[in-house]
Design a protein around this ligand. Sequence first.
Ligand code: ASP
Length: 469
Amino acid sequence: MDRIVAFLRRIEIHWWILFGMIAGLLWGLYLHEMHYEVLLEQARENVLGPEYTEEERIAEARAIRDELQRLFADTTGGAAAQGIAQIFLALLQMVVIPLVVASLVCGVTRMSDFGRLRRIGGRAAAWYVTTSFMAITVGLVLVNLIRPGQGVDVPIALDDVDVPDPAGAWEMMLSIIPPNVVEAAANFDLLPLIFFSLLFGIFALRVDDKHRETIYALFEAVFEVMMKMTLFVIALAPVGIAALIARLLATTGVDVLWGVAGYAATVAAALAVHFFVVLPLLLWILTRRNPYRVMHAMAATLVTAFSTASSAGTLGVTLEQTEHRVGVDNKVGGFVLPLGATVNMDGTALYECVAVLFVAQIYAAAHPEFALTFGVQLTIVILALMVSIGAAGIPHAGLVMMVIIFEAVGLPLELIALLWAVDRPLDMARTMVNVWSDTVGAVIIAHHEGAIDEEVLFAGQDTPADGAT
Ligand code: ASP
């Protein structure tokens, strides 16, 4: 018995997560097979009444999907998937706010000289913008080569779309300043919270040593406790992720991908190039470290990003693993990662660009007056970057923000409905790219600051995550 336990303890956390994903896949497909047909009919009737036309069904697609999810949560295996998935997501989110505040305050207060702070901030900003542009370029090249929208004949679903007014420069600036910090934290509004924490850290450097040391000791202690708590949440990830995948597949099945397969494949291929080639190459060129070793060390983080589709929700795991599995000093990681999770989204930028051009290709076929000129493509590139900076690190944020680009280039908003069907799997993939870019940026900056503990990266390879502290 002891031997079995010892053997199980030696299996690394990301293998457990992989088992969890496979279990979730089987669980979800089983639920789908058992209940889908009946529940879908039921959901349509609940939303539309017993007599409905095809147009009504398409127009109410979203309401039907929500209803379907609700009905699934009433089935036996579905209730467990829903319950466990929600508990896991809540635990992940629970650790984020205290971690962000503590890590930023510590990061800044510890960096007693402003020069260093400015240097790291400057490098981080340069990384965010450069890699997002590279990601967009990869997407742009592939979508122009593959042309997934050409020849696609899709019924236009008249889904109702929420249209947020594009924010002006003043509004954008205002949205960074939290009039009420507690409210920003309660609403999970990371950008204003980051702004406040940075200012708090900076002004903590301006007070007497006695006070500064107290602040530092306090926030460092909070940070350490939160890291331990995050490790506990990571240990639950295999089960949580199984439930998340099961919940997703139960309602969608795998067929959902076929309708817009060319588009989904183009986004997936472009994301894969950026994930496996561009970012690793940059890591290797700028640090001469083996990027795939870092990727392996961060496997649990990447899978968590994939299954939650939320960089903000994954942030606790990202912070814990970059420090304890890759050896990035918290002085750098604690500052660069929370900022990156909120503003650095390579995957989202790439996806915006491919999605808009895909829809534009379909639209242009029916409307010859709509030309995809260089100017239009340039507008799309710039807006894709802005949208990726502005999107929150939560599921579907990129899709919701897409409205801004559609309006700017004059595409009808109803066409966004085309993208909904496959958004979840693509969201999972782009979130993983977003988090990988944050991690690679943190490693590169830490490398140039001499802030990487070499031994951790090598030792971390065969230590289970819960033994990595
Ligand atoms: N879900 C993505 C993230 O959290 C944002 C997006 O929708 O593109 O990183």
